[in-house]
Design a protein around this ligand. Structure first.
Ligand SMILES: CC(C)(COP(=O)(O)OP(=O)(O)OC[C@H]1O[C@@H](n2cnc3c(N)ncnc32)[C@H](O)[C@@H]1OP(=O)(O)O)[C@@H](O)C(=O)NCCC(=O)NCCS
Length: 182
């Protein structure tokens, strides 16, 4: 897409959580471009974010891919099994969940995000999933355009995420023919 050097990719593990968290915080800060004035998410990203990512990456079924340029991690994606929202949650067979995809703003439009999501979909297919889903903020126009371009479509489901204080919309995409190796 442009002349920036193409990052390398590697699978992320719990010890990468601090690097992933720094991407998350930087990318998340851009939400201020479109959220209402005074918005404050209820989750404490600064204190608990890295710990939460590390804990999750150690759980069965989680898979993370990191894009790195030189020594810097510039973006990442995390795939996990989809589960219902009940407590305790039940697995939803054959449905993969794209839990996180965050890219440093300096790398937006570079193709990094497209490669990450395509690799994640390929990995989901290899794991036997037949479709994938994700939730994204309703007002996150860039992410929504990105997901549409990558073959996701709105399922019609919406929910309010209390920890983010944002309305989310669900996207789904059938898998097949998305195999892309990191
Ligand atoms: C979402 C994200 C991973 C996408 O990566 P990216 O590199 O920005 O994506 P791309 O540039 O490849 O694609 C963005 C698309 O949105 C379009 N776009 C950009 N701004 C837009 C806007 N305000 N409204 C509508 N479309 C917009 C672009 O033109 C492009 O579409 P095109 O290729 O058809 O022209 C990245 O922007 C990001 O990390 N954002 C912050 C974190 C986030 O929102 N993550 C998703 C949470 S669910």
């Amino acid at each position: 897409m442009d002349d920036r050097p193409r990052p390398e990719h590697r699978v992320g593990e719990p010890p990468d959580a601090a690097a992933l968290h720094s991407i998350l915080v930087e990318a998340f800060a851009t939400y201020r471009d479109w959220v209402p004035d005074g918005w404050r998410p209820r989750m404490d990203l600064a204190d608990r974010g890295a710990w939460r990512i590390a804990e999750r990456l150690g759980e069965p079924g989680y898979w993370c891919l990191i894009a790195e340029s030189g020594d810097e991690a510039v973006g990442y994606v995390v795939l996990r099994p989809a589960v219902t929202r009940e407590e305790p949650p039940d697995p939803i067979p054959s449905l993969a969940h794209v839990w996180h995809i965050f890219v440093r703003p300096a790398w937006w439009g570079s193709g990094v995000a497209a490669r990450l999501v395509r690799c994640a979909l390929g990995e989901a297919e290899r794991r036997g999933y037949t479709s994938a889903r994700l939730w994204t903020p309703r007002d996150n126009a860039r992410a929504r355009a990105f997901y549409r371009r990558e073959g996701f479509r709105e399922s019609g489901a919406e929910r309010y995420a209390e920890d983010l204080d944002l309305d989310l919309v669900e996207y789904r995409r059938p898998l097949g023919g998305t195999m892309l190796a990191p």
